[in-house]
Structures are given as C-alpha cells and as structure tokens.
Design a protein. Structure first.
Lengths: 295, 206
C-alpha cells in the first residue's frame, strides 16, 4: 500500500490474524479465541484502519481470494458478536427480567384456561348462575379429584401450574430485592421487576424521567392521548402497586405521580450505587404516604 | 429478481416459517419493507442482485435472509441484544451474512470490518434516523444506492408529515444524495415511506 509508512501502529483487522487461525477457521478453537480478543482490544483502542479492501488482504498474503476473505470476516464477526453479547448482559438483571416475564405468562395461561373451564361448566349447569358461591378455584379442585371426568387431568395440571407459579414468584421477589433494593422497598419487588422488564435494563430505567416511569405499560392510552387529545393516563404498571389501586380514584393520579418521582430516584440509586439506602427509603415512603392522605 | 404469477420469490435455502411457492421462498411485502418496495416500484427494482449490501437495523434478520439470497454479501447491523441473538444464529446458517452487534449511531465501531458497499439500506425507527444514515454514508461507493425507510411516527407525533419528509430530503441532498424518489409504503406498512437516492458526493446540490 502507498501510505504504508505513515500508519503509526494502525492496522487492518486481517493483519492481526495468524496462519494457524486461517487454516483452522474454527471460531471455537483457542487460537481463534485469542484472535478475537486481540481484535476486540484493537477495536476499543481505535487502532484498526477503516474500510478494508479484500484485494489488499490477498496481496498481503493473508487470504487466497474473495471467498476466503468473506468466510474469515464472517467467522470473526460472529465471534465478536457472541463475545459482546456475553459481556453486555448482567447475569442477575437478565435472570430477573426473564423470570418475571415467565411469571406473567404463567399467570395468563392459568387464568385463560380456568376461564374456559368455567365456561364449560356454566354451559352445562346454568342453574348455578343464580345464588351459587362456587368459585373457579373450588370448581377446578373438584374436577381434579373426580378421576372419571375428562377435564380431570387438565385441572390437576392447572393446580400444579399454580403451585409452580408460587415458587417462581418467590424467586422473582428474591432476585428483585437483591438487584433493585430501593425500588422494591418503595413499590414492592414484583412491580419493580415488571418495571425493569418493561424498560429492558437497569441502565434504561435509571435514565428514564419520572414521567415516563409513571406511564410505563400504558402505551396505547398514552398514544391515544397524544394523537387524539383524550385525557392522559394516570398510571401504567404502577397501578398494580396496592398504594395506588387502593387509594380513592380522585387521588390515584397524585399518588402515582409522587411514587414515580421517588422511583426514578430509587432506580438511579439501584443502578449507580446498588445498595439499600435506608434514609432515602424512609423519606420517600413518607412522601408517598402523604400524597395519599390529603383530601 | 424472480417473479412468478405476480409473486416475488427468493432463491435461497428454505428456513423454518417460510411460505413456499413452487419450491421457492415467498418474499412477503407485508413483512418486509424491501419486498414492499419491489412490489410498489416494479419498473426498476432495487439493485440487490449480486451486490454488496450494508443493512442497518437488521432486527432478527428476516429481510436480511432474503437479501442474502440475491446479494453477494450482506453486512447486517443490529444493536438490540434479543434480535441480535437470532441474527447471529441466522448468520451461522448462511455463508454470506456478516452480523455486527453495534449501534448504527457510531459507525466508527464497525468501520474496520465493513468494505465499501453498493447498496445501503436503513430501517431504524428512531427520532434521528436521517442523521444516522448520513453518518453511515462513508460506506457507500460513488454511484451506490441509498434506500432509507422512514417511520414517520418515530420522528414526532404532532409534526406535519410532508414537512418531515421535505426536511429529510434536504438533509440528504446536502450530504450528496441525488435523484431522490419518495415511495409511499402505506399499502403494506402503515406510516412508512421509502426514500431512494444515488450517492454522488462530487456534485453536491440541494
């Protein structure tokens, strides 16, 4: 290359590749792992030259032609992407996000199935529509015990699903109290975990303004508000916190606003400091309580 | 490109979930904006056959898999980890997809691995989608094609539609894109338009 002299330590990616790598072309081999780490370092130090030209790689004697160049850059890109994906994920945070998603999916499955079973039962016994105090749960219990009934196996499975749901929700709580200690103290571990799952990561949550946290999960009604000027949503996921849905309807907007403001601070403490701050929790808790008291 | 009885087909290996017509993959305009562009603009199709393509906003790679059937090589950029996992899996099963797990706002991160390309396609629903594409013009060769899919809703809900498109066209004109055409994709993708132009950095105009 013409400007070979004034490169000052800058290199093309293929110049980091040794002969052993090329011959194997097996991204999981140790020499490839080493190569990928080297490229990652150089990329982060900004010492790689831009816009490589495959003909140069051939004349440098690294590859024999276009197909080999492409297969090499493809293996490298896959290796880099896998390493970066590994690095990017915080294990506890990712576990929590996925567990809470699975939990919500389980809840939905249970309630949908139970509803269908109740439909079936009511269609056959319309007499119970008036004055019976049978709940869906007790119906499923009886069906599960009656071995001759065709719905007995599925009822048993629903009961088992409810049991596993309890186990799952316990571990979601534990993870949430560990990774989001301050938020969990303010609005409960499950609601905090759902907020996290909705935001995608602790970093995203910490960057959010309180107003966004207040309406997380109320997407459709927020957009109807913006496009056709209906009243804005008071709360999204925060509605699930008992402090919000147990308050009088008139005060809910205020409580969820104050709660969202404190949660935005809590999210930042959780992300940047990662430890429980008792003093903050106390003052924030007081503010939230007071918002629900005044007439 | 391969058309049969008015259906756009794709010659590559069939992936799970593909609809198949006469033994070939159907490239559905409702699911892929590039296919929608082909359907709406039949006299001249996007020049993807045998081309080197840089695709920004590849997502899980469904469009990329079709492009790779026609193109020589597709560099696919995606920054969200969940779709990026699917993209890596896809790249593993095809020989000409190069996955890049990077933010398209910072092209300097993948600049060392991508060569000059013939076609630059961007499908990113972000407020600054026009600025992102301008930063990535360094990858496009002279006379290469730029295809930008604009999601108008992402650029603000209350602004005027024509004004927004006019703004983008002006920005691109200053950046050296000429012969800009606007193709409305409303029929297949609500709220989307395609902006298609040719990169001639020598003759900057507005």
């Amino acid at each position: 290359m013409a400007h070979n002299q004034d490169r000052k330590g800058l290199r093309f990616w293929y110049e980091l590749c040794d002969q052993e790598c090329i011959q194997q072309n097996n991204p999981s081999s140790p020499s490839w792992q080493e190569f990928i780490e080297k490229v990652r370092h150089c990329r982060d130090d900004l010492v790689l030259l831009p816009l490589p030209v495959w003909e140069d790689a051939v004349s440098a004697g690294v590859v024999s032609g276009r197909p080999e160049y492409l297969s090499l850059v493809r293996s490298l890109a896959i290796g880099l992407a896998i390493r970066d994906l590994e690095e990017r994920c915080d294990r506890e945070e990712v576990t929590l996000i996925h567990l809470v998603r699975i939990l919500d999916e389980t809840d939905q499955a249970v309630s949908r199935l139970s509803e269908k079973i109740e439909d079936y039962y009511m269609a056959l016994h319309p007499a119970e529509l008036a004055g019976s105090d049978r709940t869906i749960r007790s119906l499923i219990d009886t069906l599960a015990k009656d071995a001759s009934h065709p719905l007995s196996p599925i009822s048993k499975n629903i009961l088992r699903l409810v049991e596993s749901r309890t186990v799952l929700s316990k571990s979601v709580r534990e993870y949430s109290e560990k990774t989001l200690p301050n938020m969990s103290a303010l609005c409960g571990p499950l609601v905090s975990a759902r907020l996290l799952a909705h935001a995608g990561s602790k970093r995203h949550l910490a960057c959010m303004p309180a107003a966004t946290i207040q309406v997380l999960g109320a997407g459709p009604s927020l957009f109807t508000h913006l496009t056709s000027g209906t009243r804005p949503p008071k709360h999204g996921l925060l509605y699930q916190y008992k402090g919000v849905h147990h308050t009088r309807k008139r005060l809910r907007g205020r409580v969820s606003r104050v709660l969202a403001c404190q949660l935005a601070i809590a999210a930042r403490i959780d992300y940047y400091r990662g430890v429980r701050d008792e003093r903050f929790i106390q003052t924030a808790g007081m503010k939230i309580l007071r918002a629900g008291e005044k007439a | 490109m391969i058309w049969q009885n008015g259906i756009l087909l794709s010659p590559g290996a069939i992936l799970p979930g593909d609809l198949v017509y006469q033994g070939m993959r159907i490239w559905d305009p409702g699911r892929s904006k590039v296919a929608a562009l082909c359907y709406l603009h039949t006299p001249d199709e996007p020049p993807v056959t045998g081309a080197r393509i840089l695709y920004l906003g590849a997502a899980a790679g469904s469009t990329v898999s079709f492009l790779s059937d026609y193109a020589e090589v597709v560099y696919a950029v995606e920054f969200s980890s969940r779709p990026a996992r699917d993209l890596v899996r896809l790249a593993h099963s095809r020989s000409n997809i190069i996955p890049l797990f990077e933010d398209a706002r910072y092209p300097e991160r993948y600049l060392p691995f991508v060569e000059l390309v013939d076609v630059l396609i961007q499908d990113i629903a972000q407020r600054d989608q026009a600025e992102i594409v301008i930063r990535n013009l360094v990858f496009l060769r002279d006379g290469g094609h730029l295809i930008l899919f604009l999601k108008l809703l992402s650029m603000g809900v209350q602004k005027n539609r024509e004004e927004m498109i006019e703004n983008v066209v002006q920005l691109l004109g200053h950046a050296g894109i000429s012969g800009i055409r606007i193709i409305n994709l409303e029929r297949y993708h609500t709220g989307h338009v395609a902006v298609w132009g040719i990169y001639c950095p020598g003759q900057k105009s507005d």
